[in-house]
Design a protein around this ligand. Structure first.
Ligand SMILES: *[C@@H]1O[C@H](CO)[C@@H](O)[C@H](O)[C@H]1NC(C)=O
Ligand SMILES: *[C@@H]1O[C@H](CO)[C@@H](O)[C@H](O)[C@H]1NC(C)=O
Ligand SMILES: *[C@@H]1O[C@H](CO)[C@@H](O)[C@H](O)[C@H]1NC(C)=O
Ligand SMILES: *[C@@H]1O[C@H](CO)[C@@H](O)[C@H](O)[C@H]1NC(C)=O
Ligand SMILES: *[C@@H]1O[C@H](CO)[C@@H](O)[C@H](O)[C@H]1NC(C)=O
Ligand SMILES: *[C@@H]1O[C@H](CO)[C@@H](O)[C@H](O)[C@H]1NC(C)=O
Ligand SMILES: *[C@@H]1O[C@H](CO)[C@@H](O)[C@H](O)[C@H]1NC(C)=O
Ligand SMILES: *[C@@H]1O[C@H](CO)[C@@H](O)[C@H](O)[C@H]1NC(C)=O
Ligand SMILES: *[C@@H]1O[C@H](CO)[C@@H](O)[C@H](O)[C@H]1NC(C)=O
Length: 449
């Protein structure tokens, strides 16, 4: 904004002490005219208040843009539930409200890959120490190489998703890319291996959700592959058949030249002092209303497609791609999704210190959108052209929420300041500042699966 230095800097205080002569009057009139003209032209040199008014956040009488700290906190309280010294990526909560976290090895070794919280700061390896670090004598299909997330399904089984990619490597160790299910006592129930035929182009399985009823048997697992080419993977939990779909299509690939924002700062990837662009593909995933929802991390895009379509081997790749719904961008880079039993999908909005959501069932919509009134009979989906993404919470406590889980009315999430980690920092410095807290915020719903 230009400002005019040619305007007289008259001082009102001095003017009022001037004698009430005709000359003084005319000066005052001229002054007010000048002030008016300059105000209209936005030319006046504003005198900034030396103190900020008390923050009035509620109601239309509140102010914006008066104080440097006028950032708004949106939504209800965000309550800490656990504190980690390392940055976690995965989070689960079980019916006894035990908390599970994963500490992946994308940026080097971690002593434990999966832990259960024993107190606010206490942790122990889960299910036990022997799983945590594959040793040369262990079969890599039976221990953890690089677990990204731990997820509770609807029949109280905990699933871990292991990318199988050892620290420093680009591709999974043969036999190491897998999902494993455990009961709540930590007994291994099942292991599903990604076949070597699907390892091509640095397959990097990142997140998993389970539909325990789909297909009538033991259900299906749905996974995101965050490799640069991206894909959505399904696993038939009856016979272990694995399908990789949407591979190398725009709906699972990053935006070329993508630059995100974190805590108000543009974020690139860095190789030392060489600037590179982040190219992380399909990452966060949730199941809701019979659909698979996912986002592309290095983008502000999200999509959904029918679960039935993803598991249908008779469909061509072109048919699966054609069935993908595009509800418009979600307005944020995102590393995690979850969903509740009202068909609400939550998007961990890392660019905004926020959690966004979108209602996918018309019965939950509370506003008239494009002429369609709120509410409606149960289970009627909102068509993609009427999706409206909204903010659940925005709060400086939310420093890159990465994984979320819903239980008993609360939405839980871990935070890890991902964009301050070496990969995203100039000259690969680690600008993260622990501790890394996990939080819960009230949503009043149960988990979708
Ligand atoms: C704004 O302030 C006026 C005067 O105090 C009050 O009458 C009105 O109810 C307030 N409006 C809102 C939306 O808070
Ligand atoms: C490694 O473990 C997997 C899963 O239990 C099993 O299918 C495979 O046969 C084992 N491989 C060897 C060499 O024992
Ligand atoms: C990492 O990759 C190298 C080859 O690029 C391979 O020799 C090595 O075994 C891999 N490490 C693990 C733990 O798989
Ligand atoms: C697994 O089951 C699915 C669905 O019934 C079927 O399409 C597929 O061929 C089966 N795979 C194997 C290896 O039996
Ligand atoms: C991915 O698709 C592009 C065209 O969109 C193609 O040039 C490239 O070779 C594909 N990559 C792989 C690994 O198939
Ligand atoms: C990073 O840069 C170095 C040297 O400039 C190069 O050898 C290396 O391949 C680069 N790494 C990546 C992941 O691009
Ligand atoms: C799981 O699959 C069943 C059967 O197709 C479907 O009714 C249900 O909506 C799916 N669950 C979710 C959360 O999408
Ligand atoms: C719909 O719900 C949201 C979130 O609770 C609220 O902010 C909004 O005001 C509601 N809209 C209407 C029309 O009630
Ligand atoms: C980058 O970091 C290395 C140490 O890792 C240091 O030696 C080098 O001076 C740094 N370069 C710049 C430009 O800061």
């Amino acid at each position: 904004m230009a400002r005019s230095d040619a305007l007289p800097r008259l001082n009102l205080q001095n003017q009022t002490t001037t004698n009430n002569t005709a000359a003084a009057k005319s000066i005052r009139t001229m002054y007010w005219k000048l002030l008016l003209v300059s105000a209209l032209a936005v030319h006046v040199v504003a005198q900034f208040p030396s103190t900020c008014p008390a923050i009035v956040s509620a109601g239309l009488n509140g102010t914006y843009g008066i104080c440097p700290q006028d950032f708004t906190i949106i939504g209800g309280s965000v309550e800490p539930v656990h504190e980690s010294t390392r940055a976690p990526t995965g989070f689960a909560v079980d019916p006894s409200l035990n908390i599970y976290l994963t500490y992946p090895r994308n940026q080097g070794a971690t002593p434990n890959n999966v832990v259960i919280a024993t107190s606010f700061t206490g942790e122990q390896p889960w299910p036990n120490a022997a799983y945590q670090n594959c040793t040369p004598t262990q079969n890599v299909s039976t221990c953890f190489i690089n677990v990204q997330n731990v997820v509770l399904d609807s029949i109280n089984q905990l699933w871990i998703v292991d990318s199988g990619i050892a620290p420093g490597n680009k591709s999974a160790t043969p036999g190491g890319a897998k999902i494993m299910s455990f009961d709540l006592s930590g007994n291994l129930l099942a292991t599903y291996l990604i076949p070597l035929s699907l390892y091509h182009d640095n397959l990097n399985i990142n997140d998993v959700r389970i539909n325990n009823t789909l297909g009538g048997g033991n259900g299906y697992a749905f996974l995101t592959d965050e490799s640069a080419d991206g894909s959505i993977v399904s696993i038939n939990l009856d016979n272990g058949t694995v399908n990789r779909r949407l591979f190398n299509t725009t709906v699972v690939k990053s935006d070329p030249g993508y630059v995100g924002v974190y805590d108000g700062q543009p974020i690139y990837s860095w190789n030392g002092t060489n600037r590179v662009f982040s190219a992380i593909g399909s990452d966060g995933i949730a199941l809701a209303s019979g659909n698979v929802y996912w986002g592309v991390l290095s983008s502000r895009r999200f999509y959904y497609v029918s679960q039935e379509v993803v598991i249908d081997n008779s469909l061509s790749d072109e048919q699966v791609l054609a069935a993908v719904q595009n509800p418009g961008e979600c307005g944020t880079e995102q590393a995690g999704f979850t969903a509740d039993d009202n068909g609400r999908v939550y998007i961990l909005a890392s660019e905004h210190n926020a959690i966004f959501y979108v209602d996918t069932l018309q019965s939950q919509v509370n506003e008239t959108i494009d002429g369609v009134p709120p509410g409606g009979p149960p289970l009627v989906p909102v068509p993609p052209e009427r999706y409206v993404v909204k903010t659940l919470v925005r709060n400086a406590l939310i420093q890159h929420a990465d994984s979320a889980a819903i239980y008993d009315g609360w939405l839980y999430f871990c935070t890890n300041q991902l964009e301050f980690s070496p990969q995203f920092s100039y000259n690969n410095t680690d600008n993260r500042r622990g501790p890394f807290r996990s939080y819960k915020t009230w949503v009043g719903a149960g988990p979708a699966v």
